[in-house]
Design a binder for this molecule. Structure first.
Ligand code: SF4
Length: 265
């Protein structure tokens, strides 16, 4: 743990004392995905894919705008659908001086691919899993067994999970408890409604968690953060989530400014 703290000290300092430099970049490598999660709009978009030369040039330009130890998150769609392309992108981003995160639903992840990603310079691997058992991404067992390999190659293992109106707080706590007991980090997100022209969410309003649901989950997460350190969100974000969610007359969400929302929200 101490070694990890030292390796990521600049990134941690940037999170505690933020300035105007970029600290976090989301990079959509490609939009194709093998799944079709109800709240996700990414695979429905048809967007061109950059050549390696273009990507290297743009990554370097973005890097010049960043702080000392910025993070880049390489996302899809599902980036493991093109494993060689993913390894190449990780290597380029690491060479440009980013701490590199990859987000995958685990579809194409194998111990061999994780090893290749580690050698290419990957720092964090986030596998997205839903805590609701009836959804497409509900295979926590597979994700945790892959993460045994992740840790072996010095990559930080993370489970990303989205809280929706279908999430039951007791199931969520059981799910997150299993992640923590396996020594993995958990990164919770609250499902957001569709934003016109937005790139990510296609969730209907009735998928957004209620304020009551979030209030049943967030204090528990804050306590786990204090006692285990395995919750990736900072306390500021947890507080924002505590004050978010749908109530009888409005939907209040953290990353969706009111001028982006549809009128009915
Ligand atoms: S949330 Fe992830 S796994 Fe689900 S459709 Fe979107 S990109 Fe695919």
């Amino acid at each position: 743990m101490l070694k990890e703290f030292t390796n990521y000290s600049e990134a941690i300092k940037g999170a505690i004392f933020p300035n105007m430099e970029l600290r976090f970049v989301n990079w959509y490598l490609q939009h194709g995905c093998d799944l079709d999660c109800s709240y996700c709009k990414v695979p429905k978009q048809k967007v061109g894919i950059m050549s390696q030369e273009d990507r290297q040039e743009v990554i370097q330009k973005v890097r010049n705008l960043c702080s000392k130890q910025p993070i880049i998150s390489l996302l899809g769609g599902e980036p493991t659908l093109r494993p060689d392309f993913l390894v190449e992108a990780v290597e380029d981003a690491a060479n440009a001086g980013f701490l590199v995160n990859v987000v995958s639903n685990g579809w194409g992840l194998t111990p061999e691919l994780i090893m290749r990603l580690g050698k290419a310079g990957l720092h964090y691997l986030g596998i997205s899993v839903d805590s609701d058992r009836n959804t497409l991404k509900s295979n926590l067992g597979k994700a945790l067994s892959l993460h045994a390999t992740t840790r072996k190659f010095g990559i930080l293992p993370v489970i990303n999970t989205v809280v929706t109106s279908d999430t039951r707080s007791e199931d969520f706590k059981k799910f997150a408890g299993e992640v923590i007991r396996a020594g993995c980090f958990i990164s919770p997100l609250a499902c957001s409604p569709e934003v016109p022209g937005g790139a990510f969410s296609s969730a209907q309003q009735d998928l957004v968690p209620s304020q009551q649901q979030l209030r049943a989950i967030i204090p528990w997460l804050a306590w786990k953060k204090l006692t285990t350190g395995l919750i990736t969100s900072d306390f500021n974000y947890l507080w924002t989530l505590y004050n978010s969610g749908a109530s009888s007359d409005e939907v209040n969400l953290w990353h969706c400014a009111s001028h982006f929302r549809l009128e009915r929200y």
